[in-house]
Design a binder for this molecule. Structure first.
Ligand SMILES: C[S@@+](CC[C@H](N)C(=O)[O-])C[C@H]1O[C@@H](n2cnc3c(N)ncnc32)[C@H](O)[C@@H]1O
Length: 160
């Protein structure tokens, strides 16, 4: 397996200190405010990001060390292949969230609708662009009829 080393570009700060009871997607974290402190060496790259209302955060689920290829995700009581889920216990432990960007002050991003634990390492940030990031889908696999409920589901201890 090819090894890739990544550097965190910053840390995401949120009110969530434990996984149990927190939202599982940004749709369940409406109004939840957080900040991102960007490392000084990457601050130049933030130029012009403040023109976007929403951003894509790519981050590391840092509290997990192991992964499972078959697991039972929060949205079901039956097992599924990890890549057909958004579960955090995945190879590389990479997650992403589309959040609202309220403002940027120096190296601090003020965000809203954030669904990660406090001190989650940020790997990348990109502008959310509806014309390319929103597509029409015609299949939702095992989540058919359930995806809207992801906003009201809260995490339990299954991946802790
Ligand atoms: C189901 S994942 C989905 C996150 C993301 N929106 C995605 O689709 O990739 C969200 C859950 O991961 C867990 N989690 C969040 N931040 C974490 C972290 N830094 N380390 C480990 N688990 C975390 C919490 O249980 C949270 O409810």
């Amino acid at each position: 397996m090819r090894k890739i080393e990544l550097n965190a570009i910053g840390l995401i700060h949120t009110p969530f200190k434990i996984r149990e009871g927190m939202p599982i997607q940004p749709t369940g974290a409406k109004g939840v405010k957080g900040t991102i402190i960007i490392e000084s060496e990457f601050v130049e790259g933030l130029k012009d990001l403040d023109g976007f209302s929403h951003i894509i955060l790519i981050y590391h689920f840092h509290k997990l060390k192991e992964y499972k290829l078959t697991l039972t995700p929060f949205m079901d009581d039956k097992p599924h292949g990890v890549f057909s889920t958004r579960a955090p216990k995945r190879p590389n432990h990479i997650g992403f969230s589309v959040v609202k960007l309220n403002k940027i002050e120096d190296n601090i991003l003020y965000i809203e609708n954030i669904d990660v634990l406090d001190k989650t390492p940020l790997l990348d940030v990109k502008p959310f662009i509806p014309a390319v990031d929103v597509v029409e889908v015609d299949k939702l696999g095992w989540l058919e009829g359930r995806s809207e409920k992801m906003g009201s589901k809260i995490a339990d201890s299954r991946f802790s």
